[in-house]
Design a protein around this ligand. Sequence first.
Ligand SMILES: C[S@@+](CC[C@H](N)C(=O)[O-])C[C@H]1O[C@@H](n2cnc3c(N)ncnc32)[C@H](O)[C@@H]1O
Length: 291
Amino acid sequence: MTVEPGQVVLFLGPTGKRYLRMLEAGAQLHTHHGFLEMDAAAEAGFGATIPTHKGTPYTMIKPTIYDLIKGVKRATQIMYPKEIAYTLVKMGIGPGTKVIEAGSGSGGFTVALAYYVGDTGKVYTHERRDDFFKLTGQNLARYGLSHRVEQFQQDIEEGFAVTGADCLFLDVRTPWDYLAHIPKAVIPGAMLGFLLPTTNQVQDLLLGLEQGPFSDVEVLEILIRRYKTVPQRLRPDDRMVAHTGFLIFARCLAEVKAPGVKFKSKDDEETADEGQTESQPTEQDRDESGE
Ligand SMILES: C[S@@+](CC[C@H](N)C(=O)[O-])C[C@H]1O[C@@H](n2cnc3c(N)ncnc32)[C@H](O)[C@@H]1O
């Protein structure tokens, strides 16, 4: 089936060489083995093998979001698909979601967010450096995803550019410095996510989150162990990327009153505590109950 110009496609060469390109009418793809005509590829469709002018066969396939993330032109460390995948599910990101992000970096995660929020959602990404701001814009444009993203060249020290977002993700070195701005930027109960490379930074973030209004804090890391795909000698690869980063999640809670509900004042709580006789569960009780 013919592929329309404007679509991003992946050309696979015989030696494993990969070219991720937007199909352009009348354009050529220049490879290590000569050039091929994009019109011929578009006409032949996905799965077809197109020879370069030197006769080397290239196969055109439809890239997945994994290919798009891997193909991002990068000047910073980008988020790995394994962390991206868990984050998307954990934070409930899908069609229609409005998500705040900082920093944009090379736009690796921004591309994934834009892909998943669809045409009804929006990504509001913040980056303080001009070069990374531009690079993110270029990566989004290459994939035809710019219309799903609003980019702000802004230091989040000044706060976030929008309010009322469904969730927020920070991939910056000192996220604890910006926690105070978060409740104004998201809806009450919103999911928050953070990516940090060292345990020292995780500790500082946890201390910051303790100051509230944050709850349901989770810290984790994700390891992938690949296997050699030789059926007769099936065993793990010799090497693995053992550490990429820690993911931290929390909910942002704000005191929102349902109509007609009166919250107890601090004085009420103190009075109630004095009269309380039943003991509260201790840390040990929770451990023993397996919670
Ligand atoms: C590791 S990169 C983010 C990579 C990105 N998640 C990706 O997948 O491509 C961190 C970025 O955060 C930006 N940054 C750090 N602190 C910031 C701040 N206070 N405001 C805005 N951007 C900031 C840096 O300039 C850098 O580009």
